[in-house]
Design a protein around this ligand. Structure first.
Ligand code: GAR
Length: 210
């Protein structure tokens, strides 16, 4: 079983989906730590309820991004982590940190990448009049939300939707595709080579197999 660290900043519903899939034996892996950059978030309670060590690595006043990431790295290194899963972790990570975990770090982003990197993706999809929206799981590279996509799920945009409606519809899909991708990683089927995501050694088309 692989050793997984999940990094969060909030509610942790994607964390929960991954914990449940490990518990069910769906993912051949164990979440060995949940790390939050914020104290008092519900995701930490979810970790405790699942019996997983939960720790807060809070940024200190005036601390550089590199210094913060070095402290994060120190925690993860101690835990011998095989995979870092970003699940609503709302900090940008430095190039050095990202490169250290190249091919071993995943993120989920609430848009159909390459559309809408960054924040407020649901409102931006609405403002653009998009008829579909969704979420993407990708390997993390130094370019923000720019790493190669592994799997996407699409949702329709209905007339009268607001950002909360869309967020809820997208979340439901996130909870399907993120555990699936982590399962594939734990099976050794996913690699990143030359900035491309490979599934069983073959380059993945965007919007793969969900
Ligand atoms: C998810 O929708 C995830 O895609 C998004 O934050 C939410 C976290 O929800 N991530 C980002 O926006 C990353 N920039 P959760 O805490 O309930 O898993």
């Amino acid at each position: 079983a692989i050793r997984i660290a999940v990094l969060i900043s909030g509610n942790g519903s994607n964390l929960q989906a991954i914990l449940d899939a490990c518990q069910a034996g769906e993912i051949n892996g164990e979440v060995v730590a949940v790390v939050s950059n914020k104290a008092d978030v519900y995701g930490l309670t979810r970790a405790e309820e699942a019996g997983v060590p939960a720790l807060v690595v809070a940024p200190q006043a005036g601390e550089s991004r590199e210094d913060y990431d070095a402290r994060l790295d120190a925690e993860l290194s101690q835990l011998n982590v095989d995979l870092v899963v970003l699940a609503g972790f709302m900090r940008i990570l430095s190039e050095g940190f990202v490169n250290r975990f190249a091919g071993r770090m995943l993120n989920i982003h609430p848009s159909l990448l390459p559309k809408y990197t960054g924040l407020n993706t649901h409102q931006r999809a609405l403002d653009a009049g998009d008829e579909e929206h969704g979420c993407s799981v990708h390997f993390v590279t130094p370019e923000l939300d720019g790493g190669p996509v592994i799997l996407q799920a699409k949702v329709p945009v209905f007339e009268g939707d607001d950002a909360d409606d869309l967020a809820e519809r997208v979340h439901t899909q996130e909870h399907r595709i993120y555990p699936l991708v982590v399962k594939w990683f734990a099976q050794g089927r996913l690699t990143m080579t030359d900035g491309k995501a490979l599934f069983n050694g073959e380059v993945l088309p965007v919007a793969g197999y969900a």
